[in-house]
Design a protein around this ligand. Structure first.
Ligand SMILES: [Zn+2]
Ligand SMILES: [Zn+2]
Ligand SMILES: [Zn+2]
Length: 386
C-alpha cells in the first residue's frame, strides 16, 4: 500500500517534466528531515491504558483536567474606603488639546479653534471596572520519541495524578507554558511508520536507487548525438535523496526502529480579563473610552477577590458582582485560580460647548491623555471655509 503510493508520486514527478522535477529535487535536498512519506500519525491502539489518564490522546486536544477543590480558605473581605477625588481640567488645557486635535487632521481649518468662544465646560466622569483572573490549567497528551535507551518505567509504580505533579508557577499574571513528562508512563513500541525496520523506501526514486537522467531525459544522448556526460550514457543517474540505496532513514524513529511512548503533561498559566465601563450622560460614545487610560481609584489583588461594594456608581458594583461570579463559573471548573485582581479607574470626560460664527458646537476632552472627540467640527475641509 505504502509502496504503491510512492510509485505513484514518482510517476507524477517524471510526468511533470524536467523543470518541475529539478525544483522538487532541490526542495527535498534542502529539507531532508521533513517527513514525506505516508501518514505518520500513530494508530490509537498503539498506546497503553494508564490509570488516571484514560482520556489522553496523541497530539493533544484531550481536554483540560478539572482541578482539585481549592485548599486555601477564602480570604476575608478587605475593607476599602477610597477618597473619591474628581479632577477637572482648565479652559486652557481644553483649548490646547482641541488645537492639537485639529492640527492632527490634515484638512481641518483651525479657524473654529482660534475664533470659537467657549461658553461652558461640564465634567462627566465615568468609571472603568476591570477584573483579571490568573490561573493554571493542565492537560495531557500521548507523545513519542525515538527510543535511545531511556528508562522504561510504565507500570513500575502507579502514575501520579495530573494535579499531583509539582510545578513552579511563574510570577502572578505572567503567561507561561511548561511540558512535563509524566513518570511511570514510558514504554517501548516498534515504530509504526517503518514497522521496526528503521528505514523507509525512498519516495524520490520509489526505492529504485536511481532515476531518469535530468540532462538527457533518459536517452543517454544529447541533442548533438554526443553521449550524455552527466550519466555516461546510462540514461539514469543515482538518486541523490537516498544516495542510490533506495531507502532512507525513518524520520519518525530516526532509524532507531523503536519508539518511547509516554504521557506529557502540559501546564499553562494565563490571565483572563473582562472590563465594564459605566454609562455616563455626556453624550460621548463609550467606544471612545476603550482607548484611553484613567486614574486608578481602587486596586485589590488576592487569591480570590470579593465583589466591590458601596461604590458611588451602583452599576460598577453590579458589574463587579457579575464578573466575579462569571469568572468563578467559567474558569474554576477547568483551571486552578491562583490570583485575581480588580481595579476601578476614573476616566475624566470634559464636555466643552463653544460658539463659532453664531452657532453652538461641542467637543470632548477625555482620559489621562486629554484625547479629543469633535464629531460636529464645523470646518472639516479647509477649502470650503471662506
Ligand atoms: Zn532514492
Ligand atoms: Zn543523461
Ligand atoms: Zn521508524
Amino acid at each position: 500500500m505504502l509502496i504503491k503510493k510512492h510509485l505513484l508520486e514518482c510517476v507524477l514527478i517524471v510526468l511533470f517534466g524536467l523543470k518541475n522535477y529539478t525544483v522538487i529535487s532541490h526542495a527535498m535536498a534542502a529539507a531532508p528531515a521533513t517527513s514525506i512519506h505516508g501518514p505518520s500519525a500513530p494508530p490509537a491502539n498503539m498506546f497503553d491504558t494508564v490509570p488516571g489518564y484514560e482520556g489522553t490522546i496523541a497530539g493533544g486536544g484531550g481536554g483540560y483536567l478539572p482541578p482539585p477543590p481549592p485548599s486555601v480558605p477564602m480570604p476575608e473581605q478587605a475593607p476599602s474606603s477610597p477618597n473619591w477625588h474628581i479632577p477637572s481640567i482648565s479652559e486652557d488645557q481644553a483649548r490646547d488639546s482641541f488645537a492639537m486635535y485639529v492640527s492632527s487632521k490634515c484638512c481641518y481649518s483651525s479657524d473654529p479653534v482660534k475664533e470659537g468662544v467657549i461658553t461652558s465646560m461640564e465634567s462627566f466622569n465615568t468609571y472603568r471596572y476591570r477584573l483579571e483572573t490568573f490561573m493554571e490549567s493542565r492537560s495531557t497528551e500521548w507523545s513519542q520519541k525515538p527510543y535511545t535507551g531511556q528508562p522504561v518505567d510504565a507500570g513500575v509504580q502507579p502514575a501520579p495524578g495530573p494535579w499531583q505533579i509539582a510545578a513552579q508557577p511563574p510570577a502572578f499574571f505572567q503567561e507561561h507554558k511548561q511540558t512535563i513528562k509524566v513518570p511511570y508512563t514510558s514504554s517501548v513500541k516498534n515504530c509504526h511508520v517503518c514497522l521496526g525496520m528503521g528505514r523507509n523506501p525512498c519516495t524520490t526514486c520509489a526505492g529504485a536507487g536511481n532515476k531518469v537522467c535530468w540532462v538527457c531525459n533518459g536517452s543517454g544522448y544529447r541533442q548533438s548525438d554526443d553521449r550524455c556526460m552527466h550519466c555516461n550514457g546510462r540514461g539514469r543517474e543515482n538518486c541523490s535523496s537516498c544516495s542510490g540505496s533506495g531507502t532512507r532513514q525513518c524520520d519518525t524513529c530516526h532509524g532507531k526502529r523503536q519508539l518511547l511512548d509516554f504521557i506529557n503533561h502540559i501546564l499553562k498559566w494565563s490571565t483572563e480579563k473582562d472590563e465594564f465601563i459605566a454609562q455616563d450622560s455626556s453624550g460621548l460614545r463609550v467606544e471612545n473610552l476603550g482607548k484611553v487610560s484613567g486614574k486608578e481609584l481602587f486596586k485589590d489583588a488576592q487569591y480570590m477577590v470579593y465583589p466591590v461594594r458601596g461604590f458611588p456608581d451602583v452599576s460598577v458594583g453590579q458589574a463587579s458582582e457579575r464578573l466575579v461570579r462569571d469568572h468563578q463559573v467559567k474558569y474554576a471548573q477547568t483551571s486552578l485560580i491562583l490570583q485575581q485582581r480588580q481595579t476601578i479607574e476614573l476616566i475624566p470626560i470634559t464636555k466643552v460647548n463653544y460658539m463659532w460664527k453664531g452657532k453652538p458646537y461641542v467637543y470632548y476632552v477625555y482620559g489621562n491623555e486629554f484625547k479629543v472627540n469633535a464629531d460636529d467640527y464645523p470646518a472639516t475641509c479647509c477649502c470650503s471655509v471662506m
